[in-house]
Design a binder for this molecule. Sequence first.
Ligand SMILES: *Cc1c(COP(=O)(O)O)cnc(C)c1O
Length: 403
Amino acid sequence: MTTHTNDIHFPIYLDNHSTTRVDPRVIEAMLPYFAEQYGNASSKEHRYGWHAKEAAELARRTIAGSMNAESNEIIFTSGATESNNLALKGIAEAYSGKGTHIVTCATEHRSVLDTCAALRTCGFSVTTLDVDAHGRIDLDELERALTDRTILVSIMAANNEIGTVAPLGAIGRMCSERGIIFHTDASQAYGKVAIDVKAMRIDAMSFSAHKLYGPKGVGGLFLRRNRNGVRIAPQMDGGGHEFGLRSGTLNIPGIVGFSEAAVLAVQLGQPEHKRIARMRDELQAHLAAAGGVRVNGDETNRLPNNLNVTLAGIVSKDVLTEIREIAISTGSACTSEDAATEEYSHVLRAIGLSRHQAESTLRFGIGRFTTDAEIEYTGRRITEFIYNQRSLAERQPSTKDLS
Ligand SMILES: *Cc1c(COP(=O)(O)O)cnc(C)c1O
């Protein structure tokens, strides 16, 4: 790549949980599918269609391989929001004869929580598990929540705000022993945390290309087909694409880009995660040196690129307006609209942060294109801001702000 460790690109992009820059190699792979190979994968009569179909099937095999799934277990969608909707609504509809109980957790993405709310209005009952101060569910509590009427458990693989990674294997085992379907939203985890759908007994899994240096507007849903596979009711009527489960002309350039992004993630693998985690740890140490810093999330089971901190005496909105040269977030992009309407992050609330603490919280998302110099600049700039604010307030950070 052309980035060097001492390059700084302003504004410094540290919002990689919201979305990522498309890797130039991904763009390269996509271009022919706009310009020359623009066929419709459903056109069976000519070469344009055949090429498109071949590209989609190669991508399907590649993406399936990256998670130890089979090709026919991958359904392409427009992204993880659609995949979550399709999985939850599709499974609920297909299994409503068996039961109407669903279990999820409080820190899920809106596309899971709101889908569950919609299912409630259709007669399903939903148990929403609480999490502890690190964003972890309690496996015993999950076990107690399961009943004869439970058809589906949906627990995210990694949280998009605080980075907490779930014990997928343990949840998978618990569900599989009881014949309950286990769905996981792996939008943040896919490509950053090792996922083996067979070993972890995952039945359904949502993921998205744009969280992994791929294009926006394309994603997928893994659905287990072996033994008695997961049944699902399609949520879109039409031409019967994607095994009849998701109608609509395939987004071939997007799918090709998605596949290339998956290949790169596998190729770059552990060394990339280690490098990113090292930069994250450096930034964390730099900020912690200012004192009055609380690290949110599970420090032992956390996404390598996530740093979510509550800074005593700081208003995070002021950081965003004062420090325009750094692109960060106060929470998740999907709910930041709510900031104006009195709501604060449901994730921060779930781990026990008060509104006041939530308003002092920043989320940093490190990425493939982040450089050491950017981390160093950010650490220095934010620390300087913290000291300035605290001296303006003419007080030292008090532990009260953190309790
Ligand atoms: C980004 C994200 C989504 C939504 O994905 P889209 O492809 O943008 O629809 C869902 N869940 C989580 C955890 C995410 O981070």
